[in-house]
Design a protein around this ligand. Structure first.
Ligand code: KG4
Ligand code: ZN
Length: 352
């Protein structure tokens, strides 16, 4: 079965053709075209929704045509269309959803709406089939979640109560005047700094944060908080009373290294705790921050020591792309899900 995956939830416009085997559940990427509008947002220090949706509108037709041309298949050969339904920016989502509905109608083939965050996890399952159950760590610019996944079902164990981890990277980079997006810049700079230069305090959630706390009676055990560390960085470089730069502030590379080590330590600790709690031996990571070098090294090393296997997507599938949407759409389709032409984009779509 040939599946078209369409992704337009934020600043990327992507179409992919995936060849899937309904009997075995395996899937292979034939093409995965991504047109990013990142270069248009850089000077504003963040994504401008109107610019992002306009870019999606301008690009969707040619990205679709290129995805077909690269595979040498015709639109009539497609058997399913999967499209991001949310969460994301309303204008961008509408472009993909409208395009997908029109195409499914024209071709007379089924349509499946996909949750973007769920798709980030299955970006790992192209070369190897998915494990039966696993802990999913979702780390992007808009979300940070720990999930427990079994079959096609995804259950949220915990999430951030304020900023997402990618958002914290972007805000800290802005405070340090490093540019946008902050994640890859801080990741690189951190390699040149001393991670022990600044000691950031681990956020206390409900006063009962930490490994070893009782599972059922600690509702916040798997939650995160990243806004405090961002403010701590701000007050390292600026006097909170005068707003003036501090002459004795640590160097940018030392702040980057200390910040990166602190947030990645928190992510790794809670993820391993969740694996213990659910007695699973597979940990799957998805979302833009899965590209982070320290997260990859530390989680892989520490999970291995506990006998767990860690899955990271290839770098090309870490950030937003149509292939992961096709992969998740296929999984849902195999479980009997179909969307109707009444489907619309949902900016606040939740994982069920
Ligand atoms: O999943 P994604 O492409 O888009 C959203 O759905 O949000 O994630 C983008 C986020 C940005 O916040 C970016 O700074 C972060 O991923 N990011 C990284 C790295 N590469 C991208 N954060 C930390 N380290 C990286 N190497
Ligand atoms: Zn994403």
């Amino acid at each position: 079965m040939l599946i078209l995956g369409i992704e337009t939830s934020c600043d990327e416009t992507s179409c992919a053709v995936v060849k899937a085997e309904p009997r075995s559940g395996t899937a292979k990427i034939l093409s995965n075209i991504v047109s990013s509008s990142l270069f248009r947002h850089k000077k504003f220090g963040g994504v401008v929704p109107e610019i992002a949706s306009r870019h999606c509108m301008e690009q969707i037709q040619c990205v679709f045509e290129e995805a077909l041309t690269e595979t040498k298949i015709r639109a009539a050969d497609l058997g399913l269309i999967a499209v991001t339904r949310g969460p994301g920016l309303i204008g961008s989502l509408f472009v993909g959803v409208s395009f997908a509905k029109a195409l499914a109608y024209e071709l007379g083939i089924p349509l499946v709406g996909v949750n973007h965050m769920e798709a980030h996890l299955v970006a790992n399952f192209f070369d190897k089939p998915a494990p039966d159950k696993f802990i999913g760590l979702l780390v992007s610019g808009g979300h940070t979640m720990l999930t427990y996944c079994k079959g096609a079902r995804i259950h949220i164990l915990g999430e951030t109560i304020d900023d997402a981890v990618g958002e914290a990277y972007d805000k800290v980079a802005k405070i340090l005047g490093l540019g946008y997006p902050g994640g890859p810049i801080i990741d690189k700079l951190a390699g040149k700094g001393d991670p022990g230069a600044v000691r950031f305090t681990c956020p206390k959630l409900d006063g009962r944060f930490g490994r070893g706390s009782g599972a059922g009676n600690d509702a916040r055990r798997f939650d995160f908080s990243f806004s405090g560390i961002k403010t701590a960085v701000l007050y390292l470089v600026k006097d909170p009373k005068t707003g003036l730069p501090k002459p004795d502030a640590p160097s940018k590379q030392d702040i980057a290294a200390s910040f990166q080590h602190a947030v990645i330590d928190w992510l790794v600790e809670k993820t391993l705790d969740a694996a213990d709690f659910k007695s699973v031996s597979d940990i799957v990571v998805g979302g833009g921050v899965s590209a982070n070098s320290h997260l990859r090294n530390k989680l892989t090393r520490e999970a291995k020591a506990k006998g767990c296997e860690v899955w990271f997507p290839p770098f090309s599938l870490s950030t937003d792309n149509g292939a992961m949407i096709a992969r998740r759409g296929f999984e849902l389709y195999r479980n009997g899900k179909r969307s109707t032409f009444k489907m619309t984009g949902d900016p606040a779509l939740q994982i069920h």
